[in-house]
Write a protein that binds this ligand. Structure first.
Ligand code: BMX
Ligand code: ZN
Length: 334
């Protein structure tokens, strides 16, 4: 490279970089949330809608959302964190479970860029969350941070020495599909049996509750009256009211969460797990840490910290937007 080339001025100056905004979108199995992000921070509250069923319906919902935000702010780019395996160079969804049926094969970056004429970055939702989490001051110096999203599914993002690990075919961090039981006890939405997600996700927790409530009368627990329509909220609310059965169900759920964390611990020897996603609000961190440490080799247990996300469930939105902004800045400097 010649001296003139190396001194090429950046197309976006330092002040502009600071004020550059991107739209961050977090597309999960149950809801889609979006907000404007600037310098690792969300501007205002996120806008939230229910995830529609079907590829075309999801795309239509994304178009509406983006158009709405384009009327509100000048966007430098768009970052989309989506459930499913994403090829981040092409922005195509290359794998997806039944949580988002028909989503695999969607060339998301291509369709959104051609419609809105803005640069788009697409990432797996838990990877985007991990990208944001690993930038939090307390975690910057850690060797290996594994972010676990507890929601409709269980997602994961692995950051080793500050770098997000994507694996050989973009599938690293699909930790929800670690096998934690035997004998085909439960089918996962991915089509395999006994995945961690089939037990530890919101859907898994409800199934555990339905199983544990089978021979329980309404006198013993009011949850027994609504087994078919049971929600995770019903379970946690009942446990909060000291319902003995509900507390046992929540305890069992903690055991399920523990199984996956223990498996990952013996592969990666992480110094920190960050738990995020809607269900992380209901985790008893003291109890979970005790259970995990109890079940790990001492050398591995000694290194482990388990903490709740400091980003209050916004990590996917912030991480997705930050990916888009970082890409813009890199492009402007080359
Ligand atoms: C599933 C899988 C992951 C995702 C995780 C959490 C799909 C559609 N999803 O394991 O890619 O990260 O769920 O997703 O393949 P959420 O819907 O709980 O946010
Ligand atoms: Zn699975």
């Amino acid at each position: 490279m010649s001296t003139t080339e190396s001194r090429k001025p950046a197309t976006i100056d330092a002040i502009a970089k600071k004020s550059l905004s991107a739209l961050g979108i977090d597309l999960g199995g149950t809801k889609i949330r979006a907000a404007i992000v600037r310098q690792n921070q969300m501007i205002g509250e996120p806008h939230q809608i229910k995830t529609p069923e079907g590829r075309e319906q999801i795309l239509a919902a994304l178009y509406d959302l983006i158009a709405m935000f384009q009327n509100e702010a000048i966007l430098g780019g768009i970052g989309i964190a989506t459930a499913g395996i994403v090829d981040c160079t092409t922005g195509e969804i290359v794998g997806s479970t039944g949580n988002l049926p028909g989503w695999s094969g969607t060339k998301l970056k291509e369709v959104i860029e051609s419609k809105f004429l803005l640069p788009v970055h697409v990432e797996n939702d838990a990877n985007a969350a991990a990208y944001a989490e690993s930038r939090v001051d307390a975690l910057k110096e850690k060797k290996c941070v594994v972010t676990v999203t507890l929601g409709t599914g269980i997602g994961g993002g692995i950051v080793i020495e500050g770098k997000l690990y994507h694996g050989a075919a973009w599938g690293a961090g699909e930790i929800g599909h670690i096998k934690i039981a035997q004998d085909n006890k439960r089918m996962c939405t991915c089509g395999l049996f006994d995945c961690w997600e089939a037990f530890g996700s919101g859907r898994g927790l409800v199934i555990t509750a339905q199983e544990m409530l089978q021979n329980v009368s309404a006198d013993q627990s009011p949850l027994a009256e609504k087994t078919e329509s049971l929600t995770t909220h019903d379970i946690f609310a009942a446990a909060d009211q000291d319902d003995f059965i509900a507390k046992k169900i929540v305890q069992r759920w903690h055991e399920h969460i523990m199984h996956g964390l223990v498996c990952i611990a013996h592969i990666l020897n992480p110094d920190c797990y960050v738990l995020t996603g809607g269900l992380s609000d209901f985790v008893d961190f003291e109890l979970l840490k005790e259970m995990v440490i109890d079940r790990c080799l001492p050398r591995i247990a000694d290194a482990i910290d388990i903490r709740k996300s400091e980003l209050a469930g916004q990590a996917g939105i912030i991480g997705a937007a930050q990916f888009a902004l970082d890409e813009l800045l890199t492009a402007s400097q080359s």
